[in-house]
Design a binder for this molecule. Structure first.
Ligand code: OXK
Length: 388
């Protein structure tokens, strides 16, 4: 049995943040009822279509029931209240104040179910001077401090790279899932605090800034961008190879550093007192990076990777999605699942990344995302008991 079997969750979500939170809860076994506008979540229009259906939604909507209703209609509001009355939690990611404006704010939902946990995900949070501003994931990266760090030093004419996926939505969604699980734990033990949970994109990213804030507070330091490197550990960087590919190498512990220097034929650097500690190596990171790159440039990435693996130095080529889909380790761990999707045919899904002993990864993908409103009949008539 999946760990969250029996937990009932309503999603009033769109795009990524709230739907990602409920995807995690659904993968873990919760019953998730996703409420979509009559035309479907706008996210269904993102990425490729096949047979007229969204390919991304096969993953994004998996293990969920989909109902369509107009939140602003009387019938829609009545149904949302009825769904919340039988639920443990509701997750939403509208702009702060939207639910209140249409008459579905926390007071109304708690009148329908006093024990309901209401998780709210927004760009900036439910209070503070920016609360009313709309936001997408890129804004979380920008204001949370991440985008400043991913810039390449010396390339100020190029915009600092975006992190390829909507990482701030995913982070806020993960935090929301953890917050919901925590609130459920508290509620089971009579702790009535924490029924309205407030998560936001910019704080979710900001919370990951490691030691930068205490350093700033104590010393006034402002961490500067380091591109593919990181100023607090060395040597660790991404190095060019003979075949034009990139290799990520993390040789930043004393023992691993010594093995790495021996492998690349520079044992004198391992013996150099300047390089004896991580702090010293950080000061001389450019010299170490140049030595490692001199070695990687002589070999195709796969060969360099194999030699580094032989020396037990953490490393990886930079995988694209085709590499991920065919890698023997991901395959052996069940990370690439073939799912029979009635709308799309056979579709590859990434398995949930958590493992519970006794539960196979495939068991966590109960069904792929369905068409908008596919479960209207089941939910409205069987679960809510409306007359046909
Ligand atoms: C995503 C948003 C920027 C979208 O902003 P807006 O388009 O201005 O919408 P609002 O939040 O104000 O929500 C009101 C609109 O929701 C629509 N709406 C949605 N579902 C329904 C249903 N079921 N019924 C009726 N109306 C609905 C409707 O058109 C409303 O507009 P009316 O006609 O006015 O009533 C914002 O919701 C937001 O900041 N959310 C919090 C942060 C977040 O989650 N961002 C997106 C993550 S995805 C992402 O960031 C990324 O991919 O990158």
């Amino acid at each position: 049995m999946l760990p969250l079997t029996g937990l009932k969750v309503v999603e009033l979500g769109h795009y990524i943040a709230a739907p990602f939170c409920t995807r995690l809860l659904a993968d873990l076994g919760a019953e998730v009822i996703k409420v979509e506008p009559p035309g479907g979540d706008p996210f269904r229009g993102w990425g490729a279509k096949h047979n007229g259906h969204s390919v991304w939604f096969s993953v994004h909507g998996r293990n969920k029931l989909s109902v369509t209703l107009d939140l602003k209609s009387e019938e829609g509001k009545r149904r949302v209240k009825a769904l919340c009355a039988r639920a443990d939690a509701v997750v939403e990611n509208f702009r702060p104040g939207y639910l209140e404006r249409i008459g579905l704010g926390p007071e109304v939902l708690h009148a329908a179910n006093p024990n309901l946990i209401i998780a709210r995900i927004s760009g900036y949070g439910q209070d503070g001077p920016y609360r009313d501003k709309p936001a997408f994931g890129a804004i979380g990266e920008a204001m949370g401090g991440l985008r400043h760090l991913t810039a390449n030093p010396g390339q100020s004419e190029y915009p600092p790279p975006r992190c390829g996926v909507s990482i701030s939505d995913d982070l806020a969604g993960m935090y929301a899932a953890l917050a919901i699980a925590s609130a459920c734990w508290g509620r089971e033990r009579g702790n009535n605090a924490g029924k309205v949970l407030d998560l936001d994109l910019v704080s979710s990213v900001f919370s990951l800034m490691e030691g930068m804030l205490p350093e700033h507070g104590l010393f006034g330091w402002v961490r500067q961008p380091a591109g593919a490197a990181i100023p607090t550990a060395a040597p660790t960087n991404t190095y060019p190879c003979a075949d034009g590919k990139w290799l990520c190498v993390a040789g930043n512990s004393d023992l691993i550093f010594a093995r790495l220097m021996a492998l690349i034929g520079r044992p004198e650097l391992a013996a150099d007192p300047r390089m004896a500690t991580n702090g010293g190596r950080c000061e001389h990171a450019a010299e170490l990076d140049a030595a490692i790159a001199d070695w990687t440039r002589t070999l195709p990435a796969k060969e360099a990777e194999a030699l580094l693996e032989g020396a037990e130095v953490p490393c990886s080529r930079l995988y694209d999605i085709a590499d991920c889909a065919t890698d023997p380790h991901f395959l052996a761990r069940g990370m690439v699942q073939k799912v029979a999707d009635p709308l799309l045919g056979e579709v590859l899904h990434p398995a949930p990344p958590f493992r519970f002993d006794g539960i196979a990864p495939a068991e966590m993908i109960r069904w792929p995302g369905r068409a908008a409103g596919a479960d209207n009949d089941h939910v409205f008539h069987e679960l809510l008991g409306e007359a046909r």
